[in-house]
Design a protein around this ligand. Structure first.
Ligand code: MV4
Length: 450
């Protein structure tokens, strides 16, 4: 049994994990950089240890320092949160080698899912629908590459096997541009990821981004916990997420989700995970699997009633899954707005001191944030200062409720993206469900007209 969880993270997610630990009667140990000495996650933890200077590379990404902190504080488990080391297979391996529980899947599974081609092959084996494309790394021979792209059909997308999250991809509209694009993507991948493998997919022009949440124990039991629509994004940064995914037939979602559950069993998945899909013209296409707890997990918690962080900790300490698929039903609609300290026009981070912090409250509003008036938003870390989450019986009510919450929220001292959220919530395409991943910037204008 786990007694003391070291949280290898900061900010709102560190606080979220501390809260789950406390509700389960577990001790929570924080780590912090010198920039976070006075942070909320440090104040709320039962123990806290400084692991290095502000720079993430020397603190929240410093594996040895974190493992030393775990040793000194007597932690028996490590929760990585999201970002930082959460999908770092080497770190997961080190945690386990030192006799601690890693709150996440086995290191080998993180490795497999980190290789997007290996992940895709595992999905094909499980019957998960994938984007049409090549199943192996491209050869060097230009003629062979040309012929593969021809088979897939233009426009194509060249992706790096080690990429993901929007890194290492290039659209090719016509055959003349193919070889140049392939060789550029390969060179960049070799430099950025130390893996030059690339592959080709059919380019989907106007998809929505829909992801399936799964939960697995250590004994081959797996369930899915609904889905989220994360189409409202800008430059691969999600801005607003919702559950369930609106205007998609339930049977289509259930069908693809059952395949995802089968894939979990095949790959020996453990803990929580997310299957990312593109959804276009009534079809789902797998793109990636995330082997961590996600930022947007609260919308799933609200519509399923399952505390995903408690669930992570419970399966990590060896509990058999206490829920059957038939126990899971989705009720109501949840929307999350990510509140960022950023310039509303340029989107550049807006670090500084938050002099006023008055987030919304009232019926159906949850605020996951580490901010307190007087707190600093450090230029060293992510600019997200919190998440506003609205829950209501119907989507229209959830939208109205979130609009009320966005207008109620007052933040001073730093610029925020609150007005972008207001624009999205008032946008006809968003309200009527006629949106795709390009909505922000296309239908929802974010830069002044030129
Ligand atoms: C795609 C695609 C269109 N066609 N694959 C972007 C990040 C990575 N997860 C995969 N991504 C995409 N893959 C094919 N074959 C479009 C995207 C994409 C995207 C996907 C999800 C959410 C936002 C996105 C923004 C731009 C491009």
């Amino acid at each position: 049994m786990i007694k003391n969880v070291l949280i290898a993270n900061r900010g709102e997610i560190a606080l979220r994990v501390i809260r789950a630990c406390h509700e389960l009667g577990l001790r929570a140990t924080a780590i912090y950089s010198t920039a976070d000495r006075d942070a909320a996650h440090v104040a709320q933890a039962d123990d806290a240890i400084c692991i290095g200077p502000a720079s993430a590379a020397r603190s929240y990404l410093n594996k040895e320092a974190i493992l030393q902190a775990a040793h000194i504080t007597g932690a028996d488990a490590v929760h990585p949160g999201y970002g930082f080391l959460s999908e770092n297979a080497a770190f997961a391996r080190m945690v386990v080698e030192r006799g601690l529980v890693f709150v996440g899947p086995p290191a080998d599974v993180i490795d497999t899912m980190g290789d997007k081609l290996a992940a895709k092959r595992a999905m094909i084996e499980s019957g998960v629908p994938c984007v049409p494309g090549t199943e192996d790394a491209l050869p060097d021979d230009p003629e062979a590459i040309r012929s593969l792209a021809e088979q897939v059909g233009y426009p194509v997308l060249i992706k790096a096997a080690a990429g993901g999250g929007g890194r290492g991809m290039r659209v090719v509209e016509k055959p003349e541009d193919l070889i140049e694009a392939a060789s550029l993507t390969r060179t960049e991948a070799g430099q950025a990821f130390a893996n030059p493998d690339i592959y080709i997919e059919k380019f989907m022009a106007t998809p929505r981004h829909v992801e399936i949440q799964v939960l697995c124990d250590n004994y081959g039991n797996a369930i899915w916990l609904g889905e989220r629509d994360c189409s409202m994004q800008r430059r691969h940064q999600k801005v607003l997420e919702e559950a369930p995914a609106p205007f998609i037939a339930r049977h289509l979602i259930a069908e693809v989700a059952e395949r995802a559950v089968a894939a979990c069993k095949l790959i020996g998945y453990r803990g929580v995970g997310t299957f990312e899909f593109l959804y276009q013209d009534g079809h789902f296409y797998f793109i990636e699997m995330n082997t961590r707890l996600q930022v947007e997990h609260p919308v799933t918690e609200l519509v399923t009633g399952v505390d995903l962080v408690q669930a992570q900790l419970r399966v990590a300490q060896g509990e058999t899954l206490w829920l059957r698929q038939s126990d899971v039903d989705l009720r109501g609609v949840a929307i999350e707005c990510r509140l960022n300290a950023e310039d509303p026009v340029t989107f550049a981070a807006s670090p500084g001191t938050v002099t006023t912090w008055c987030p919304a409250g009232g019926p159906g509003i949850r605020v996951d944030s580490h901010m307190r008036a007087g707190d600093a938003v450090s230029p060293y870390y992510d600019s997200m200062i919190g998440k506003l989450i609205a829950y209501a019986p119907t989507r229209d009510e959830a939208i109205r409720r979130m609009l009320r919450a966005v207008r109620e929220t007052r933040v001073e001292g730093v610029s925020t993206n609150l007005t972008l959220h207001e624009q999205i919530l008032l946008n006809d395409g968003f309200v009527s469900g006629t949106f795709d991943i390009h909505a922000i910037g296309k239908s929802i204008k974010v830069e002044p007209d030129v």
